[in-house]
Design a protein around this ligand. Structure first.
Ligand code: FES
Length: 102
């Protein structure tokens, strides 16, 4: 099996028992999954996109993580920000302004 070059996780606030109801979901993170998929395909980026359970940094949501680079982004609430992140990813770089600090 050919594994993708990158794996983007989009927090969708799923809880162990029950529906998505956390911060990222409420801030509209679900709307971006299709957009990220479409943009990656258009750019020729080999990316798998997954929605996840809560990543425990809710206050900084919506949260998006790019592996294997381990870039954790917060406040990703627009297609423009996603475009910036994917522009940087094409060079394996991060958008420092959106990185979640330690
Ligand atoms: S709901 Fe997204 S980090 Fe907790």
């Amino acid at each position: 099996m050919k594994k993708p070059d990158y794996h983007i996780l989009v927090c969708n606030s799923y809880r162990v028992a029950g529906d998505a109801q956390g911060a990222c979901n409420k801030k509209g993170a679900t709307n971006f999954i299709q957009y990220i998929n479409d943009e990656c395909m258009e750019r020729g980026l080999d990316v798998a996109v997954s929605s996840t359970a809560c990543l425990n940094v809710c206050a900084q949501g919506p949260v998006m993580v790019v592996h294997p680079l381990n870039f954790w982004y917060g406040g990703i609430d627009s297609e423009e920000k996603i475009d910036e992140i994917l522009d940087a990813l094409e060079n394996e770089e991060a958008v420092e302004a959106y990185l979640i600090s330690d």
